[in-house]
Design a protein around this ligand. Structure first.
Ligand code: MN
Length: 207
């Protein structure tokens, strides 16, 4: 399946004359990228996205990823997003799908731990099909291994995201609370929304 087919659901949900979200595209980089976008939509959640086979495979994680290996965080798989989405921070207008403010809460690159362990043929695409991803994140806020296990199929499959017990694990850290702002711009959700409402002010000019 080509990248354009994979993005069919993404494109069907959006009116690109109204939203400033990317309509597609983006180039593959050296190492696959990940991004976690904090999304203040009808309910606040974190969108976890992994670059796999030319798109950003995506999950909505209501509580965000934990650094405590004892936590099992629900992650609901959503439609694949274009690679360029990893750079998107801004406001999706009222009436559009996902209306609300989007922040780049964490970003970086990742490795496929199952391939590192030498499991035959288990590239990321095969791991996704298999319903078990094991990835090592090199982000600014989150580092270390995470397992994602699919627990139900269907239109929006449910997965569990679990921190592996390694040097990136910390049962006391609460990064969603202690590090709430954007890794790209340092802004809070409120600042992003205010800047979008008054772009001249955001650029430091006079409105
Ligand atoms: Mn979202």
């Amino acid at each position: 399946m080509g990248g354009s087919d994979k993005l069919k659901r993404y494109k069907e949900k959006r009116d690109f004359r109204r939203t400033r979200e990317p309509s597609g595209g983006g180039r593959r980089s050296g190492r696959p990228r990940f991004v976690i976008q904090k999304h203040d939509a009808s309910s606040l959640h974190y969108d976890f996205r992994l670059e796999i086979d030319g798109v950003l495979v995506s999950w909505a994680v209501p509580k965000g990823l934990s650094t405590d290996p004892r936590d099992r965080r629900l992650a609901i798989q959503t439609e694949d997003h274009p690679l360029d989405y990893a750079e998107f921070e801004g406001v999706i207008p009222e009436g559009e799908y996902g209306a609300g403010t989007v922040m780049i809460w964490d970003a970086g690159t990742f490795r496929n731990l199952r391939a590192d362990k030498g499991e035959d043929g288990l590239d990321l695409g095969a791991s996704l099909e298999d319903g078990l991803l094991e990835v090592w994140l090199d982000g600014e806020k989150l580092t270390g291994g995470y397992a994602l296990k699919r627990t139900s199929a269907g239109d929006r499959p449910k997965w569990l995201a679990i921190k592996m017990d390694d040097e990136g694990a910390d049962a006391r850290r609460r990064p969603t609370r202690s590090q709430p702002d954007s890794v790209k711009t340092g802004r809070s959700l409120e600042q992003i929304a205010a800047d979008e409402a008054d772009p001249d002010e955001a650029r430091g000019g006079r409105g």
